[in-house]
Design a protein around this ligand. Structure first.
Ligand SMILES: [Fe+2]
Length: 313
């Protein structure tokens, strides 16, 4: 069972998904993350399965996070741009791009299922993140269960409680309903007093409770990391409540709404969310994005600005 994690502590099983947690893993030794392999993965990734982003090193506004394009460069050219620039390349759903990552993802969660009693995950996904020295990832909240695995380099992660003021109820409802982006949260520097700070070095993995807002700053070195996402019945129930409450907001405004994941109120929300998802298409803007830079290994920051253009469905 010790293929992925080592030095696992007995209390880690009870803490998993309940509080910010730092675990030790062996995957930084995997050859899946060599430069050759990363270059191949970049070249095999279709446009709808990656993001390339940038934001100034000292920017605190999550909405300043810019989207760009790899512009048909080779994998090696993209790596070169990342290594000396200020960009982050996020390769999504790598398990669909390369079977080796699909196998790794299954192995990770098989071991977690064996280690955490009652934990049964599904709809799992993996993203590879390759990012420049000192890169700054804006304050945001993710919808599925999340873990962040460090392979190369060093980064600091600030993890905030999944409650107001860090995460207003109406904000997570909009993110779940996809009427707002995950970076549409408002960040205040004063929130840092309530954050748990975790420093990740190769062989460390951080995980945290559902929807906890977080932000990340790389140390002055190239970072290779990956995220795993998962769902469980419990996480799904919270998703349903947030989705249904987003729909009820038209009737009740900003009033607090029940968030129970059992009983008649939950069953009514389950029916409402199910009916809405069946009858109503996803908001179109959720599938579109505006790009305003192109990666360029010759440019000082690894990219050049272009006229904004909207892409996507
Ligand atoms: Fe995240």
């Amino acid at each position: 069972m010790d293929r992925i994690f080592h030095e696992w502590q007995d209390q880690n099983a009870a803490e998993f998904g309940r509080q910010p947690l730092l675990l030790k893993h062996r995957l930084h030794q995997s050859d899946l993350f060599s430069d050759d392999k990363l270059a191949q993965l970049i070249e095999a990734t279709p446009r709808d399965r990656y993001h390339v982003n940038t934001t100034p090193h000292d920017e605190t506004n999550p909405r300043a996070w810019r989207e760009g394009d790899l512009g048909g460069l080779s994998g090696r050219q993209v790596l070169q741009s990342i290594y000396h620039g200020n960009i982050w390349v996020h390769l999504k759903r790598v398990q669909e791009t390369d079977g080796a990552f699909a196998g790794l993802l299954d192995t990770i969660f098989e071991e977690l299922h064996a280690r955490v009693p009652g934990f049964k995950s599904y709809k799992r996904s993996m993203s590879v993140l390759i990012s420049s020295p000192r890169l700054n990832v804006a304050y945001h909240a993710d919808v599925p269960g999340q873990s962040l695995w460090q392979v190369r380099g060093q980064k600091r992660v600030w993890i905030y409680p999944a409650q107001a003021p860090y995460l207003p109820q109406t904000a997570i409802e909009k993110i779940v309903r996809k009427t707002a982006k995950d970076t549409d949260l408002v960040y205040q520097p004063s929130y840092d007093a309530g954050a748990r700070i975790l420093d990740l070095t190769p062989g460390m993995m951080a995980t945290w409770p559902l929807n906890c807002p977080h932000r990340v700053v790389n140390a002055d070195c190239v970072n290779v990391s990956f995220t795993t996402e998962h769902w469980t019945d419990e996480l799904r129930a919270h998703y349903v409540v947030n989705y249904a409450n987003a729909l009820l907001r038209d009737l009740v405004g900003d009033r607090p709404l029940a968030r129970s994941t059992s009983g008649p109120g939950y069953l009514a929300r389950l029916a409402l969310a199910g009916a809405h998802k069946t009858l109503m298409p996803e908001p179109k803007q959720a599938k579109r994005m505006t790009i305003d830079f192109r990666v360029d290994p010759e440019a000082p920051e690894g990219f050049r600005t272009i006229a904004p253009v909207q892409i996507g469905a």
